[in-house]
Design a protein around this ligand. Structure first.
Ligand code: GTP
Ligand code: MG
Length: 204
């Protein structure tokens, strides 16, 4: 079972072309502002490498972290931030959508949604955009500690039930809590598997 024993902040920028050399497997966190992207990165790494805040709009750029010298985790700024100006939103959209579609080593995107909420239009639309753009993604339900443990699976399946109205194939999902470290092992296992496939492909 893979453990993260090294996590190091590399760089922060607004341009996918200035990101680190795309020679390692890469995974990025996206979702509504305040959903817990930076917190999940810290929880996975067992280390406070990313800045978090109670206020939405904390993460502003594309932030690369080198994990175990071998792969990248990327913390992105969230969408749906009410106080963002129209210009901010346009800039966000260009920066994020260019990054997500142009980064050649981005193997999977983690789309985070708060487990407490009903499916929101903004998230469903973003997932549709990902699917249409051909960006591979899985869903991560966050803040599972905020509802009764017995309800987490029900909530997640309810969400997927709703997606079924539009989607032929539902994305894989994980239930997590950065507070209680729920779901970290499953997520690491998932990443490890993709890393292994990536290595085998590069060897052939
Ligand atoms: P932006 O950078 O603004 O896009 O937000 P973000 O998605 O990175 O959210 P962030 O990780 O900064 O967390 C937002 C707030 O939610 C913080 O107050 C966190 O402490 C809280 N939070 C994040 N994850 C969890 C969790 O699993 N459980 C609980 N109870 N709180 C959480
Ligand atoms: Mg953040």
């Amino acid at each position: 079972m893979m453990q993260i024993h090294q996590a190091e902040f590399l760089l922060s920028n607004t341009d996918y072309q200035k990101c680190p050399t795309p020679d390692k497997p890469e995974y990025a966190f996206i979702g509504r502002s305040n959903v817990g992207k930076s917190s999940l990165l810290n929880a996975l790494c067992n280390k406070k490498v990313a800045h978090t805040s109670q206020q939405p709009g904390k993460t502003r750029y594309i932030n690369h972290y080198l994990i175990n010298q071998h792969w990248y985790l990327v913390d992105l700024p969230g969408y749906g931030w009410a106080r963002a100006s129209k210009t901010d939103r346009k800039e966000w959209e260009t920066m994020i959508k260019d990054y997500l579609t142009q980064r050649p080593n981005l193997l999977c995107v983690f789309l985070l949604v708060d487990i407490r909420h009903e499916p929101q239009k903004i998230d469903l639309e973003f997932m549709e955009w990902l699917a249409e753009a051909g960006v591979p993604f899985v869903m991560i339900f966050t803040k599972a500690d905020k509802i009764a443990k017995t309800k987490t699976k029900y909530k997640a399946s309810q969400y997927q039930q709703k997606m079924k109205e539009q989607w032929e194939e539902l994305p894989q999902y994980f239930i997590t809590s950065s507070e209680n470290k729920v779901g970290m092992d499953s997520l690491l296992e998932f990443i490890e598997q993709i890393n292994l496939n990536f290595e085998q492909k590069s060897e052939n």
